[in-house]
Ligand binder design. Sequence first.
Ligand code: NAD
Ligand code: IPM
Ligand code: MN
Length: 367
Amino acid sequence: MTDRSLLVLPGDGIGPEVMAEVRKIIDWYGTARGITFDVTEDLVGGCAYDAHGTPLTDATMAKAQEVDAVLLGAVGGPKYDKLDFSVKPERGLLRLRKEMDLFANLRPAQCFDALADFSSLKKDVVAGLDIMIVRELTSGVYFGEPRGIIEEGNERVGINTQRYTESEIDRVARSAFELAMKRNKKLCSMEKANVMESGVLWREVVTEVGKDYPEVELSHMYADAGAMQLTRWPKQFDVIVTDNLFGDLLSDLAAMLTGSLGMLPSASLGAPMANGRPKALYEPVHGSAPDIAGQGKANPIACILSFAMALRYSFDLGDEADRLEKAVEKVLADGKRTADLLGEEGVTPLSTAEMGDAVVEALQAGL
Ligand code: NAD
Ligand code: IPM
Ligand code: MN
């Protein structure tokens, strides 16, 4: 037996396709490095709804609370669009985040040299880019009450509430400052303090937390201006901290700086457990990509890099995370591409499985 427990939730659409490639990598670590994981696989999202009538069973939720780390593929799809809100696939993921209290969502956007030409922005704007977005993940407008669709007069009203407590802002700000301390000691906080009270409070609390981190250069930006600056000159940023909804939007935007949404991993971290490691869920930033699901076209790199984040943050295996990230870099440097990254003429795309195999080969070659 091993003490490294992993709950794997492939989910829907391309989720199972990209997760199959991560399983190859997990197997490689066992056989080639003697680093073994106790893996349990289960259902989340639409597939769980099909099997159990709920996107996440209580039993799966309980398992997620027990393991060292959860690895998730993606959830959702057109088949489930008309379901009641309470049982939509996305609710399964939101329940995991909320009940595990995974308040800090780390979304690194790194532009690999081999892909600098591929971005829709000019090469010198993205080459060498390495930024980290810290998205608050368990509060804000995603969870605020009241919410719902109500009748008012002779029409319906859709209601969601943006709500942040001081302690919620404080803890995510601390995570971001801690990360900045380990990086280039620059933190930019994004909100809309010009129009939202929650933004005013956000700015005040982040400024206050900043007094505990005098070495970190703190700046503030309105989130709309932040979106503009991220496309104008993203290299001005090191760490960005922002709320749940702005973080969702800004991280998809940042994904395209790296070449493809299929490249962006994420780690969702909570408070430390008894063993000192944070509660954690790792997942690609992308969704279930219904337009390409079942065709073997999906890029598995975001999911593979999410596993690298698990090695680093949940298993104290930073060197192994580096090894895996270098293998991905090597594969890209060798010109290997899935269809989403094809710009060059005459290059045949790799399938999802071929890309996974190429990463395993690069890992093996690097020993
Ligand atoms: P999406 O991320 O699934 O797809 C957006 C576009 O990016 C599509 O053209 C898709 O083909 C492409 N793409 C995404 N991942 C890719 C990959 N790995 N390789 C190659 N191309 C890739 O977003 P969407 O279409 O807005 O949403 C589809 C479904 O996924 C919805 O039900 C949504 O709620 C859900 N979703 C789930 C998650 C998650 O599980 N964490 C995240 C985002 C969206
Ligand atoms: C993400 C997704 C999710 C979100 C959905 C699927 C609930 O877009 O992880 O970025 O909005 O947080
Ligand atoms: Mn999103």
